[in-house]
Write a protein that binds this ligand. Structure first.
Ligand code: HEM
Length: 478
């Protein structure tokens, strides 16, 4: 017994000594923990951090702390001691060093919803393997005429469905319908009128709600419905894979959807295939529709930019034959459209912050980021930083005429090894939708429906628009 007590005491002494050495060396070093407050035990300052605010502002939590403690501060968020970074240089360092110093660290509650093979969660070789499949699909398909044609047809079919007598439209819903229809067609070759599309959409709506609710997994809660919706979606996609395989046995399949590509890969398990489809459905649905809605919102308050945008699309339309569809060359002519898209991403902040953690003590300027702490790079902070951009609160697409300089200060698609692989798809879809929208309609918001960081962008009123046809005849496509 005495021996046992001696071992315990020796162990405690070693731990105390190690702690003291670490404490004293931190005291002595020039590097210190950033200032900040930790809030309540466990929940810390999470609720204050998540308090909704306009997505084209920093929100009171970040605003107050940045002015009190500086652009890098400590807090306690999502159950962990956290370093919050609103500093562009540090954010880029964090993102570039993903995997080495700052691996992804999405909250555990998201794992159940996203699934264990989700690209956002997996690391190392598995991440490289799944990501390379996604990248090769996006880069092969983004300029393919088949893809461009159905994107335009789906945009036209949404806009035509409003008809020439339509006075009002809930635009956010329309944008969501458009982007999910594009993804279903592009990934699984499912058309909007297919009963399977309706089934997937229903489950998808429940699935998405799981990301913005309390993670209480008991029957009847939104979270538990989301988890179940994910299971049903996985099984629907799995069935589609089995069916497609049967066709593939008979020979190569027509069409270039994602499923064709992943079925041709020998190195993916069925579970991984399902997960890739889910990743792209999720990534491609929410973000694209939010961005399209943000553009419509911002353009209403920027008549000059809207006029420049319209002129650009009128020139492109005039260069085409009656009813001729857009092609990759037309897309490359849409320079000002790119400015509008970039500026709406900067001002609207579709993705406000990312989740990372530090795997070792890391020194940055006079600070130390301690090993094991959560690290949140806030992307919106540099987008709205008056030290980096002139009048950052103003929606001004013309600032992107100097793209080289402006693009170095913003990172709406993240960066480093996890840079968004779907960025180019989202931009093409939006550019083609805008082409027909600005040529056919003028719009006015019913009420000022500010985009809210919830923390994902939301339009509480659904972005209700009063519409007025511009006089251009709508082209009819089946
Ligand atoms: C407005 C449009 C979009 C924005 C602002 C956006 C933003 C982002 C950001 C910031 C990340 C990095 C996440 C991190 O580092 O933790 C990301 C990753 C990702 N995005 Fe997007 N995204 C958009 C559109 C899309 C589209 C259209 C797709 C798919 C078709 C997509 C699929 C993905 C996937 C799969 C990842 C995970 C990448 C990885 O972990 O390697 N995104 N996106």
């Amino acid at each position: 017994m005495v021996e046992f007590m001696t071992i315990i005491l020796a162990f405690i002494s070693i731990l105390t000594f190690a702690y003291l050495v670490k404490y004293l060396s931190n005291q002595g070093s020039l590097h210190k923990l950033p200032h900040g407050t930790m809030g309540w035990p466990f929940i810390g300052e999470t609720l204050k951090f998540l308090k909704p605010h306009r997505s084209n502002s920093l929100g009171s939590f970040l605003q107050e702390r940045c002015s009190r403690y500086g652009r890098v501060f400590k807090s306690h968020l999502f159950g962990y001691p956290t370093i919050v970074s609103c500093d562009f240089e540090l954010n880029m360092f964090i993102l570039q060093n993903e995997g080495k110093l700052f691996p992804v660290d999405y909250p555990k509650v998201m794992h159940k919803i996203l699934g264990k093979y989700a690209l956002l969660l997996v690391t190392g070789e598995l991440h490289k393997k799944l990501r390379s499949t996604v990248i090769s699909f996006v880069s092969a398909s983004k300029s393919e005429s088949n893809f461009l044609h159905f994107v335009e047809m789906l945009a036209l079919s949404r806009i035509n469905s409003w008809g020439s007598n339509c006075k009002q439209v809930a635009f956010y819903k329309e944008a969501k319908r458009f982007s999910i229809n594009v993804m279903l067609k592009h990934l699984l070759n499912i058309n909007p009128d297919d009963p399977l599309a309706v089934k997937i959409l229903e489950n998808f709506e429940n699935y998405i709600k799981g990301f913005i609710t309390l993670p209480i997994n008991i029957p009847g809660t939104t979270y538990s419905k989301a988890v179940k919706a994910r299971i049903r979606l996985s099984s629907i996609i799995n069935d589609i894979i089995i069916e497609r395989r049967k066709v593939n046995i008979a020979g190569p399949v027509e069409g270039g959807d994602l499923l064709n590509l992943i079925l041709s890969k020998q190195n993916l398990s069925d579970e991984e295939m399902v997960s890739i489809v889910m990743d792209l459905l999720f990534g491609g649905y929410e973000t694209t529709s939010k961005l399209l809605s943000l553009i419509v919102y911002f353009l209403e308050g920027a008549p000059n930019a809207l006029e420049s945008l319209k002129e650009e699309h009128q020139v492109i339309r005039k260069s085409k034959l009656e009813g001729e569809l857009l092609n990759w060359e037309d897309y490359r002519q849409m320079q000002f459209t790119q400015n509008v898209i970039n500026e709406a991403m900067r001002c609207g902040n579709v993705v406000k912050y990312l989740h990372r953690k530090a795997v070792q003590d890391i020194k940055f300027k006079e600070f130390v980021i301690p090993a094991g702490w959560k690290v949140l790079p806030v992307l919106s902070a540099s987008h709205l930083d008056p030290n980096l951009l002139e009048n950052p609160l103003e929606f001004n697409p013309y600032r992107w005429n100097d793209e080289n300089s402006t693009s170095k200060k913003v990172a709406p698609f993240g960066g480093g090894p996890r840079l968004c692989p779907g960025a180019d798809l989202a931009k093409v879809e939006i550019a083609f939708f805008l082409h027909h929208l600005v040529l056919n309609y003028r719009w006015k918001m019913k009420a000022n429906d500010n985009p809210i960081a919830f923390p994902y962008v939301e339009f509480k009123g659904g972005l209700l628009l009063d519409l007025e046809p511009t006089g251009t005849t709508l082209r009819k496509h089946s």
